[in-house]
Design a binder for this molecule. Structure first.
Ligand code: FAD
Length: 544
């Protein structure tokens, strides 16, 4: 059963080792645990629906609550403290494309706002219900989740867009194939959600980001359906698929998705490496990224994250032995940087890639600690998200900011983002624990993924206020440093004010005009993605 006010399955718990908790308390103080707001009371506060009855729409209050949010920190505060204010008026869980069309027609002709709902894992406010005077329908694709076609000769698979990670891989693996798209939210996020948020999986270097895997599909726009054909390549003008990628529900409902698939790899290994310093580590990683060495992932933690990972690792005895071994090899505990390097593919190619990568790693004094560390990461790759529940229960909030930037700016940007977070918490006379890693590396640059932990405040309003300040400080620093406002989480509500800096005035106008053309009545997920669009329009035009 899925947890209603946090992450994942209610039966999965991520234990925080005593040593980890002690370190956290030393760094930022004792957590301020708060009692959760009771579900029953929150349900009682959900206002009456404004929708007319429809056989495919449910008004069940718990369902409306479950579709009122994603997984961002403001979403969590609203749920845990019971301060959530806005809920969709109804939720539809269609099974067939005919039902989706029926619901879509009903919503448009009744001047409703439609928010497509995939897996509900957005961390940037994509699913927030706007302050609209119009009724809001959450159109969940959860039951629209079948494999429609698998063309093994062309290596293309067509799925209904609501399919989630495990179901999708199960279907493909049974036929010897994989998509290989593994965001950390894999267990719950959906294929349609991945496409419209331009998601990035952990092994994107081998399998590609979702925009490389996405081959075609159908989106139902208020103007009518748009089909994107899965040509192997085309010179027929601009690629319209790029308009859908990153459209975040603004264009319409993505129903079918065609993806490129590959055969299940013979080898899928991850190795642990420790570097003596950040400078050596980043040079090694940048050098490898600039070659044609076929690695599937490279994840480099800075010293603060390395220390945190070791403190949080479940097996205290093993981490003590590892620390002793690294000390023996001359690595300082405060400077060491952990790096995970993955190789995926055929036995022959991965062996060649491994040899080439490790020869560069040795040149920069990297120390191999073998596969056990990589295996431990693989085992916990989706489970570590549960740590957020544990930390919240102990009175700590956790959030992340992420960007991608060219190599010359990676280290200064990482340091500036971390500094901005430290400075933004000081007015509260609080401390913050901040650490970063490079999660996806490219020949021209890298993503930077920064995590920050701070204590919950005395009131939910104050926690939210602190989060706003932290988020703004880090986002402004990212924009000023020349990074993108998001490498993988998308824009939603939380990043939209930074879009003008990135796209420019003409770019924003072009996107706005395109959405206005496809959705003149402003029905589709208004208030997200584009700046200056608060989603409050009351008038809608009938278009079907
Ligand atoms: C613990 C955790 C870890 C994460 N790790 C990663 C990661 O490693 N990489 C990464 O890229 N992201 C990650 N994310 C962010 C999130 O999982 C992604 O943005 C994901 O792509 C969202 O997919 P979803 O199906 O949950 O979409 P939702 O959250 O349901 O929706 C997101 C947006 O997409 C729209 N949408 C969804 N389905 C459709 C559809 N069929 N048609 C039209 N619009 C649609 C919604 O309207 C909304 O605007 C993580 C999130 C969490 C909570």
């Amino acid at each position: 059963m899925q947890r209603w006010n946090g992450w994942g399955d209610v039966n999965i718990h991520f234990h925080l080792p005593t040593r980890g908790l002690r370190i956290l308390q030393d760094l930022i103080g004792e957590g301020r645990a708060r009692p959760d707001y009771p579900l029953e009371q929150l349900i009682e506060r959900i206002p009456k629906s404004r929708l007319a009855p429809h056989p495919l729409i449910s008004f069940d209050p718990k369902l409306r609550l479950d579709h009122a949010h994603g997984q961002s920190l403001p979403d969590w505060i609203g749920l845990r403290a019971g301060t959530m204010q806005r809920f969709p008026d109804g939720v539809a869980l269609p099974n067939t494309v005919e039902e989706i069309q029926d619901l879509f027609g009903f919503a448009l002709s009744n001047n409703m706002v439609v928010i497509p709902f995939g897996g509900g894992t957005s961390v940037v406010g994509h699913l927030e219900v706007p302050e609209a005077c119009r009724p809001v329908l959450s159109l969940s694709l959860e039951r629209f989740n079948r494999l429609v076609d698998l063309d093994s000769a062309s290596r293309l698979a067509t799925f209904e867009a609501g399919i989630r990670g495990p179901q999708l891989e199960h279907q493909l693996n049974a036929r010897g194939f994989t998509l290989g798209h593994y965001p950390q939210s894999f267990d719950y996020s959906s294929l349609g959600g991945w496409v419209v948020t331009r998601s990035s999986g952990q092994q994107s270097k081998y399998y590609g980001r979702i925009e490389q895997s996405f081959a075609g599909g159908t989106v139902l726009t208020p103007r009518g359906p748009m089909h994107f054909q899965a040509f192997p390549a085309s010179a027929a003008g601009p690629d319209l698929r790029q308009l859908l990628l990153g459209s975040e529900g603004r264009m319409g409902v993505l129903t079918n998705v065609v993806v490129k698939i590959v055969e299940l790899p013979e080898i899928d290994d991850v190795y642990g490496v420790f570097f003596p310093s950040w400078e050596r580590a980043i040079h090694a990683v940048q050098t490898i990224a600039g070659t044609d060495i076929s690695f599937s992932m490279m994840r480099l933690s800075n010293p603060a994250e390395t220390m945190t990972n070791l403190a949080l690792a479940g097996n205290e005895r093993q981490t003590t032995l590892l620390a002793r071994y690294l000390h023996f090899r001359g690595l300082s505990e405060t400077k060491a940087c952990m790096c995970l390097v993955g190789f995926t593919g055929s036995r022959r190619l991965t062996a060649t890639a491994r040899r080439a990568a490790f020869s560069i790693i040795r040149r920069y004094k990297g120390i191999r600690v073998g596969k056990p560390m990589g295996n431990a990461w693989k085992k916990n790759r989706f489970r570590s998200a549960y740590l957020r529940n544990t930390l919240w229960d102990l009175g700590y909030a956790v959030d992340t900011v992420e960007t991608a930037i060219t190599w010359d700016k990676v280290t200064p940007a990482m340091k500036a983002i971390e500094k901005s977070l430290h400075e933004a918490i000081t007015p509260d006379h609080e401390r913050i624990h901040v650490f970063s890693h490079l999660s996806h590396v490219y020949p021209s640059g890298s993503s930077i993924y920064t995590t920050f932990l701070f204590r919950l405040s005395e009131t939910p309003a104050k926690t939210l206020e602190a989060w706003k300040r932290l988020k703004q400080a880090a986002s402004q620093t990212i924009a000023a440093a020349g990074g993108t406002i998001s490498h993988q989480h998308g824009v939603g509500k939380d990043h939209k004010k930074y879009m003008a800096t990135e796209k420019g005035a003409i770019g924003i106008q072009t996107l706005q005009k395109m959405f206005n053309h496809l959705d003149p009545g402003h029905h589709m997920n208004p208030g997200k993605l584009l700046p200056g669009d608060r989603g409050r329009r009351t008038e809608g035009r009938r278009q079907m």
